[in-house]
Every structure is written in structure tokens, then in C-alpha cells.
Design a protein around this ligand. Structure first.
Ligand code: ATP
Ligand code: MG
Length: 231
């Protein structure tokens, strides 16, 4: 589904991603962990094309998509749930969903999003800036689903949410996986990341410093304390 090989990304002279290689298979959830400023969002930006890699290759569904513009990536079946949600504040819930709509396969429709997130259905005519943080997160996920993706990129979807809502986001992610979606999940909530992931990578200063299954990371106190600051 997604294959990165030796990806190097810069902001000007600043060399942020320093040779990242990873893959997400069909139907898989791969989680990227790492402290603040380690390059997680830059990785997402490199994949979807906001900040294309200067060196290395991004492959998606059999195509070399390195340096494709974001709109083409979305047309090809990649969707982004950005860090900080970034919903359109002055648009209603329904409008936020409708502007994203692509009917590539017709899998995702407004009624289906409202079935997944009933509270959004109840607030369809409300402006997005009137929603709670949790509802805005659900809207950001719903908006991404309306583009009918095969691969979902999620950048810290539980950031700033109360524990109950963190669990709700986890339940939604697990449900999307059961539907066959592939997901690259950036997450700082370790229990959630470990609960949903098939494989985990830790990013530190723009390099992958640990890769394993979730159970191996859970048991690895040295790696957790060194790279994630978990006691
Ligand atoms: N637009 C930019 N221009 C220059 N430097 C940037 C830019 N965006 C990020 N950086 C720098 O690149 C590095 C990686 O940032 P990035 O946002 O990818 O980290 P992150 O792992 O997503 O952090 P967080 O957990 O806080 O979201 C940081 O040193 C950051 O200051
Ligand atoms: Mg980030």
C-alpha cells in the first residue's frame, strides 16, 4: 500500500528526515511514535506531498508518487487527518464533509459518516467552531473518509482529548481497520498506539531508531524510557 525508502526531507538547510524506510501493507495499522519535534509531522508531509522529500522514494499502490502534489495523492486514495484537526471553522459539519467528498467508489457517504459518528449527525447544521474538541476530531476523521481513501494518514488524532474520547478514537480506528483500511498512525498516546498497531516504529531526530511489534515494545523498558520518556 505504502512504501518509503531512504526518505530525506529538508526545511531549507535543515535536514529533518534522515533516511526513513518503512512500509504499510494492505489492511495494516503502522504506528509512528516519538517525542515532540522528532519529525513525525514532517514524515506525514513528505508522504502526502506538502513537503516532498529531497531524496528517496515514496511508493503508493504500485506507483512512484514521490513529489506528486497532494491533490493527486487524494485522487489516488490517500487521505490525511492533520495534527490539530484543521476543520473549516466557519463551515457547518455537513459542509465540511461535503467539500471533501469524492465518489471514487461510493463507499463513504454522508449517512455512513453520520452512522459512524452519531453526534456529528445531530450537529450537521452547526458550524465546526461550535463543536467540542472531540467532535472536531471526529469531523476531521469523517472529512478524510469522505475522500474514500485506501490509506489514511492520521497525525496525533488523540492530542488534547480527554481519556474517554481517546478510547473512542481508538475504537473508531480499530473499526476502520476491520473495514480493510490501511492506516499510518502518528500517536504519542502509548497505550492506544500499542492497542491498535500491527507494527510500531519510533522516530528520533529524523531517523527510525526502533521497529517491532507492539508486544515487544511494551516489554522493552529501555527503549521506552530512552525514546519515549516512559518510566
Ligand atoms: N515549516 C518548518 N520550517 C522549518 N522547520 C520546521 C518546520 N516544521 C517543523 N520544523 C522543524 O522540524 C523538526 C521536526 O518537526 P515535526 O513537526 O515534524 O515534529 P513532530 O515529531 O511532528 O513534533 P510534534 O510531536 O510536536 O508534533 C523540528 O525541529 C521542527 O522545529
Ligand atoms: Mg507533529
Amino acid at each position: 500500500m505504502l512504501e518509503l525508502s531512504d526518505v530525506h526531507t529538508y526545511y531549507g538547510a535543515s535536514h529533518v528526515l534522515q533516511g526513513v524506510t518503512l512500509a504499510v501493507g494492505p489492511g495494516e495499522i503502522v504506528t509512528i511514535l516519538g517525542r515532540n519535534g522528532m519529525g513525525k509531522t514532517t514524515l506525514i508531509r513528505s508522504i502526502i506531498g506538502f513537503t516532498p522529500p529531497r531524496r528517496g522514494r515514496v511508493g503508493f499502490k504500485g506507483d512512484d508518487v514521490t513529489r506528486w502534489p497532494p491533490f493527486r495523492m487524494v485522487e489516488r486514495g490517500m487521505a490525511l487527518v492533520p495534527q490539530g484537526r484543521r476543520v473549516f471553522a466557519s463551515l457547518t459539519v455537513r459542509e465540511n464533509l461535503e467539500v471533501a467528498r469524492q465518489s471514487r467508489t461510493g463507499r463513504w457517504t454522508l449517512p455512513r459518516v453520520f452512522e459512524l459518528f452519531p453526534s456529528l449527525g445531530n450537529r450537521a447544521r452547526n458550524r465546526a467552531n461550535k463543536l467540542s474538541g472531540g467532535e472536531q476530531q471526529m469531523l476531521a476523521i469523517g472529512r478524510a473518509l469522505m475522500t474514500d481513501p485506501d490509506l489514511l494518514l492520521m497525525d496525533e488524532p488523540t492530542e488534547g482529548l480527554a481519556p474517554l474520547l481517546v478510547r473512542e478514537v481508538g475504537r473508531v480506528i480499530a473499526g476502520l481497520k476491520r473495514d480493510g483500511l490501511s492506516i499510518l498512525l502518528v500517536e504519542q498516546n502509548l497505550p492506544l498506539a500499542l492497542a491498535v498497531a500491527d507494527r510500531v516504529h519510533i522516530l528520533s531526530r529524523g531517523q527510525i531508531v526502533h521497529s517491532s511489534g507492539p508486544a515487544d515494545l511494551m516489554a522493552n523498558e529501555a527503549v521506552k524510557s530512552r525514546y519515549l520518556g516512559v518510566a
